[in-house]
Design a protein around this ligand. Structure first.
Ligand code: SAM
Length: 269
């Protein structure tokens, strides 16, 4: 980029400079001509260049107006490039102008990575796959098994909707400016079991949110407003257990029980 840019902390700007890491992300997303790819946070174009070279139609979402202006100047003549300057958290990934299926990629701004992942899960039926650079600790939480402190709402919701594959750990030296923490590349592939059952999805979201609301409390207490103790037991789950010991498939049983019950919450409607 010709214009000098001073990295903005509030936009989580840590630009990738390691060509091996850039290559790994681009290869992992697996884009090809005729396909559509959405890049979140193109920044100064470290991934944008090689992503455009795949021949895929690339839509980039960038919040920083200065960077967007420079990107526009640089890429607008390429027929497979388009850009929206705005907040990816507010982007409607079900926009009718998008094809039925697309891939999503990015070195995500760490300050919004978790809400962004939840936002994207709502569109999982449209998404073929996702590859992201994230804080290593966030990938740990996504991939965590029941029983530990890393296992929580993010783990259950991501694992219910997607296959999670940790691809590579990435040191701070791969970025400018270097972040203070380790990063990791993760591949998320929406699963076929994650059907388009909106009611079940909503029930699961409500159950998981409530179950982890207070990690020290039992399911019996955290789910008091949603499911009576007998229904938790009828799922073969101990109401005295804590959420962090409950597996994803057990949460799905609880979600089925909630969907089938009269205990419909505000959150679900
Ligand atoms: N892709 C570039 C790279 O790898 O060098 C930049 C990655 S940098 C970690 C994150 C990028 O996301 C920045 O360009 C930042 O301005 C942009 N960004 C931050 N918040 C955003 C948001 N809410 N919506 C869209 N882009 C955002």
């Amino acid at each position: 980029m010709s214009k000098r840019h001073i990295a903005r902390k509030r936009f989580g700007q840590n630009f990738l400079v390691d060509q091996n890491i850039i290559g790994k992300i681009v290869n992992s997303i697996g884009a090809a001509p005729g396909q559509t790819l959405i890049e979140i946070g193109p920044g100064m174009g470290a991934l944008t260049d090689p992503l455009l070279e795949t021949g895929a139609d690339l839509l980039v979402l960038e919040i920083d107006r200065d960077l967007a202006e420079t990107l526009e100047l640089r890429y607008s003549k390429q027929s497979n490039f388009s850009m929206l300057c705005g907040d990816a958290l507010k982007f409607d990934f079900s926009d009718p102008s998008l094809p039925e299926q697309y891939r999503v990629v990015g070195n995500l701004p760490y300050n919004i990575s978790t809400p962004l992942i939840f936002h994207l899960l709502a569109y999982k039926n449209r998404i073929k796959n996702m590859v992201f650079m994230l804080q290593s600790e966030v990938v740990d939480r996504m991939a965590a098994e029941p029983g530990g402190k890393e296992y929580g709402r993010l783990s259950v919701m991501v694992q219910y909707h997607c296959n999670v594959e940790r691809l590579l750990n990435v040191p701070p030296s791969a970025f400018r400016p270097a972040p203070k923490v380790m990063s990791a590349i993760v591949a998320l592939t929406p699963t076929s079991t994650a059907q388009a059952d909106k009611k079940l999805d909503d029930a699961l979201a409500a159950i998981v949110r409530a179950a982890f609301a207070s990690r020290r409390k039992t399911l019996r207490n955290n789910l008091r407003e949603l499911l009576p103790e007998q229904e938790i037991e009828a799922c073969g789950i101990n109401p005295g257990a804590r959420a962090e010991t409950v597996s994803v498939s057990e949460f799905v049983l609880l979600a089925h029980a909630l969907r089938g019950s009269d205990h419909v919450t505000q959150e679900m409607s």
